[in-house]
Design a protein around this ligand. Structure first.
Ligand SMILES: O=CC(=O)O
Length: 325
């Protein structure tokens, strides 16, 4: 009888799914976010063929060196900025992720942040609770209806946000590396600077990479309208946070809604926490019971498929798979 392949589980896999995985693989537990190279001894690591992990696991050169038999690493996330993709591809380690199943949940948080900012809903809650309402009316806010929503990045999530914005009668514009035929009828392509200049609400839907890190800085922020809001549900480091804090303090832009930051978890002494024109969330774009279940189902299916020779549904570096065939 063939031995079951050994896999690291370093993600919240629910018991029923864990049972299915255990029928096909030998599970080696690594607490979520801990480095398998530090948790496991060299003997245990030597025969690991697969891994399912969160973005808190850095799949870098050092970890790849520590897992010499690794064939597949399956991210419990759509983002894969935790992975040194060039190193993984060079070592023929297949990287999988969870696109598609979280688009609606992330889009919902994007729209939620937009409404919180434009209608000042978070401050409104505090206003009522504190009794301030008994002393006077809450200040007027701003409509989003008829305004322009700009999307930087027009992938799956951007398209769901664009569709949702139609229900608010918003004009949607976008900028991508190239014009996207799938955006036709949903949003109008504009040049990058035009996106910053024309948006009343500007939302980030780009992945984090060497190219996009700090790609929104002082220059981009200075192009924006002083009445505009910036929303980030993608990855914190795509924005130069120091420049954003300066812009928020100076009133270069009206406010920001951030589900992601440069440092996560965000410490309470971050200047962001002291800014009244910011709405913060704890990186919860995909954090619903339904969506997280769909994500872990897909992440584990990707892992089991890759180890059993079946083409996984979602591969980040499919060239590794093709080269194996
Ligand atoms: O941030 C969440 C993800 O990348 O899935």
């Amino acid at each position: 009888m063939n031995q079951k392949p050994k896999v690291i589980v370093s993600a919240p896999v629910p018991p029923d799914l864990r049972e299915q995985l255990a029928e096909r693989c030998e599970i080696v537990e690594v607490p979520t976010g801990q480095n398998p190279a530090e948790v496991l001894g060299a003997d245990a690591r030597a025969t690991i063929e697969g891994m399912v992990c969160t973005v808190r696991t850095k799949v870098d050169q050092a970890l790849l060196d520590a897992l010499p038999a690794l064939k597949v690493s399956s991210n419990f996330a759509v983002g894969f900025d935790n992975v040194d993709l060039a190193a993984a591809t060079q070592r023929k380690v297949l990287i999988c992720n969870t696109p598609g199943v979280l688009d609606g949940a992330v889009a919902d948080v994007t729209i939620g942040l937009m409404l919180c900012l434009s209608r000042n809903l978070v401050a409104g809650d505090a206003f009522v609770r504190s009794g301030a309402w008994t002393k006077g009316a809450f200040p007027l806010t701003r409509d989003i209806r008829g305004k322009t929503l700009g999307l930087l990045g027009m992938g799956r999530i951007g398209r769901v946000v664009a569709r949702a914005a139609q229900a608010f009668d918003m004009k949607v514009i976008y900028h991508n590396r190239r014009e996207d035929p799938q955006a036709e009828g949903l949003a109008t392509y504009v040049e990058r600077d035009e996106l910053f200049k024309s948006s009343d609400v500007l939302s980030m839907h780009i992945p984090l990479s060497a190219e996009t890190r700090h790609s929104i800085g002082k220059r981009e922020l200075s192009l924006m309208k002083p009445t505009a809001y910036l929303i980030n549900t993608a990855r914190g480091p795509v924005i130069d946070e120091a420049a954003l804090i300066d812009a928020l303090r100076a009133g270069t832009i009206a406010g920001a809604g951030l589900d992601v930051m440069e440092q996560e978890p965000l410490p309470a002494d971050s200047p962001l926490c002291a800014l009244p024109n910011v709405v913060l969330q704890a990186h919860v774009g995909s954090a619903t019971h339904e969506t997280r279940r769909a994500m872990i189902d897909l992440a584990v299916a990707n892992l089991m498929d890759a180890l059993s020779g079946k083409t996984p549904q979602a591969m980040v570096n499919p060239e590794v798979w093709q080269a194996r065939a």
